[in-house]
Design a protein around this ligand. Structure first.
Ligand code: ADP
Ligand code: MG
Length: 219
């Protein structure tokens, strides 16, 4: 489902983000990407999301070589990848419902599908009653659950999570992990970058460790 073949990213200033990454992730897997600060986790996530293109190597997502996609073909990625960030990135002047609906309108989902899916994903994350609230009326955990609802609203086969629990207290973080585990059990492939060792230990999933831009263990 995801293949990174000999992927290297060197930034314009000459510093290496990741080096010769070979990573293969099967459909339905739940994979943690761990490593200390500066090890290359964010670079790897940005490469998967095509926020960056590799200097060398290929990235293949769902059979498509994304490093060869042009700007017009980017919607392909939006349909295949859901994304959750540490800082939620909700639109502040839209309600929770509108935030989720907006992500569906971007990929031109029909109105009736939007009206069906938005309440369904909001209730899946336990926010069935909070769709009318604006982000600043929600707790951190509720904001992240809204962001998670938005990420899965288009039913993407892959969910990319960049430190999704980084701004949350341990109990709230645990709730988010429980939801991610449920989403994974429904068939979504999940790649999650984190340095929350306790969460990684508790979840018992595949753990890919990077150090200085290189994969040093995969177990
Ligand atoms: P992590 O997310 O694990 O903390 P990063 O992917 O952010 O690691 O960083 C990996 C390496 O790439 C570091 O050496 C960092 O300094 C470098 N790096 C990250 N972003 C940039 C950038 N925009 N320009 C230059 N170097 C960068
Ligand atoms: Mg980072």
């Amino acid at each position: 489902m995801i293949h990174m073949n000999n992927v290297t990213k060197v930034y314009p200033n000459g510093s290496t983000g990741v080096e010769n990454i070979n990573l293969h992730i099967n459909k339905g897997e739940f994979v943690f990407i761990v490593g200390s600060s500066g090890s290359g986790k964010s670079t790897l996530m940005k490469l998967l999301l095509k926020e960056l293109d590799p200097t060398e190597g290929d990235i293949i997502i769902n059979k498509v070589k994304t490093n060869e996609l042009n700007r017009r073909q980017i919607p392909y990625l939006r349909r295949n990848l859901g994304v959750v960030f540490q800082d939620f990135r909700l639109l502040p002047n839209k309600t929770g419902y509108e935030n989720v609906a907006f992500a569906m309108r971007v990929i031109e989902a029909p109105g009736r599908i939007i009206r069906r899916n938005v309440p369904a994903v909001l209730s899946l994350v336990g926010l069935g009653q909070k769709g009318r609230s604006y982000p600043n009326q929600l707790s951190g955990g509720e904001q992240q659950r809204t962001a998670l609802a938005r990420a899965i609203a288009n039913n993407p086969p892959i969910l990319i999570c960049a430190e999704p629990t980084g701004n949350l207290d341990p109990e709230t973080a645990y709730g988010i992990m429980k939801l991610l585990d449920d989403i994974n059990k429904r068939g979504t492939t999940i790649v999650m970058a984190t340095h929350a060792r306790d969460i990684v230990d508790a979840m018992q999933k595949r753990v890919v460790t990077i150090h200085k831009g290189m994969i040093v263990s995969d177990e």
